[in-house]
Ligand binder design. Structure first.
Ligand code: DOR
Ligand code: ZN
Length: 352
């Protein structure tokens, strides 16, 4: 990697947590992702969710057809399955054999399209045992869903109520704590004892590195800054920035870019999700630059993800330049539009 004040050259990154949806919408969001990333972990929370190998294979084919129609052959979707109370150990073994990259745990009711998610991990014992046995990573949306738990505490409570017991029951299971938002999660992952093995990691989004919860209420309600887990206090943002830029390989890039049409966000009960795919790398560069750690961006964005998943690192290089860019107010999304993260604002770094 080479960096100076105005240019960063780095190995092409991957996005280890991405929503691209399906149908017409998929084309519009894929274009933004493939401009920057070589691979992405494709989240399975479609309607209906991607719960079986057959459904994942069909989804992968639809993605590949879309890529082909766009003339893109330089992007690889990495498929995931949606864990349910009924996922069998056989399905896990079948998934491993079919080249599925991971399973995703959505606690039922935690977020967008999570109704079919897991109500209690006790129902998943056989599936989890099989994941541990075949080396299939479990990607975790880490929030408890009990309505009596304050929304800002749901991630921290999840750690001791669910995640730590899970890791004790399945000590060899590979776990990715997705889109972490708190100091507690950052320190849990940083300090977890794994006997030197590659067993735990966390992804971090650009919005959680750049914004705290004030951004949801700045001068009025800001639906486009609302995602789940919700933005937290400044002390949490600083803790995330600290681990992301520390060079610790347990922390890597996952945008959680989650497209929702403008009308579904700007309404009485708006959907959760920030659309960061448009210039995600520019946003991450801004975050790393804010603490003088641009030299740590390449590890976070391009090396630690593939190392965790035992995949080869990319070899192609990309260049980010310090060239101000105004993020458009809206972008096309099927027959609607979408408001990207930081719409109408200037960001400093752009991809060449
Ligand atoms: O804000 C979010 N949006 N968080 C999630 O966990 C899901 C995502 C989505 O699919 O829209
Ligand atoms: Zn997500």
């Amino acid at each position: 990697m080479s960096t100076n004040q105005t240019q960063i050259q780095l190995i092409q990154p991957d996005d280890w947590h991405l929503h691209i949806r399906d149908g017409e919408v998929m084309k519009d969001v894929l274009i933004d992702t493939v401009r920057q990333f070589a691979r992405a972990i494709i989240m399975p929370n479609l309607k209906p969710p991607v719960t079986t190998v057959d459904l994942a294979n069909a989804y992968r084919t639809r993605i590949q057809l879309q890529l082909k129609s766009l003339g893109i052959d330089s992007f690889t979707p990495l498929m995931t399955l949606y864990l349910t109370n009924n996922t069998s150990a056989d399905e896990v073994r079948k998934a491993k054999a079919a080249g599925i990259t991971a399973f995703k745990l959505y606690p039922a009711g935690a977020t967008t399209n999570s109704d079919a998610g897991v109500t209690d991990l006790k129902y998943c014992h056989d599936a989890l045992e099989a994941m541990q046995a075949v080396g299939m990573p479990l990607l975790v949306h880490g929030e408890v869903t009990s309505p009596e738990i304050d929304i800002f505490d749901r991630e921290a409570v999840f750690i001791y109520q669910v995640l730590d017991p899970l890791r004790k029951d399945f000590p060899e299971l590979k776990v990715v704590f997705e889109h972490i938002t708190t100091l507690q999660a950052a320190h849990y992952v940083r300090d977890a004892a794994t006997g030197g093995k590659n067993l735990i990691a966390a992804t971090i989004t650009p919005q959680h590195l750049l914004m705290n919860r004030n951004a949801i209420f700045a001068g009025g309600i800001r639906p486009h800054n609302y995602c789940l887990p919700v933005l937290k206090r400044e002390e949490h943002r600083l803790a995330l920035l600290e681990v992301a830029t520390s060079g610790n390989p347990r922390f890597f890039l996952g945008t959680d870019s989650a497209p929702h049409a403008k009308g579904a966000k700007e309404t009485a009960c708006g959907c959760a999700g920030c659309y960061s795919a448009f210039n995600a790398l520019g946003l991450y560069a801004e975050a790393f630059e804010s603490v003088g750690k641009l030299d740590k961006l390449e590890g976070f964005a391009s090396f630690f993800g593939p190392d965790f998943y035992s995949l080869p690192r990319n070899t192609r290089k990309i260049i980010l330049v310090k060239q101000a860019q105004i993020i458009p107010n809206e972008l096309p999304l099927g027959d609607a539009t979408i408001v990207p993260l930081r719409a109408g604002e200037t960001i400093a770094w752009s991809l060449v």
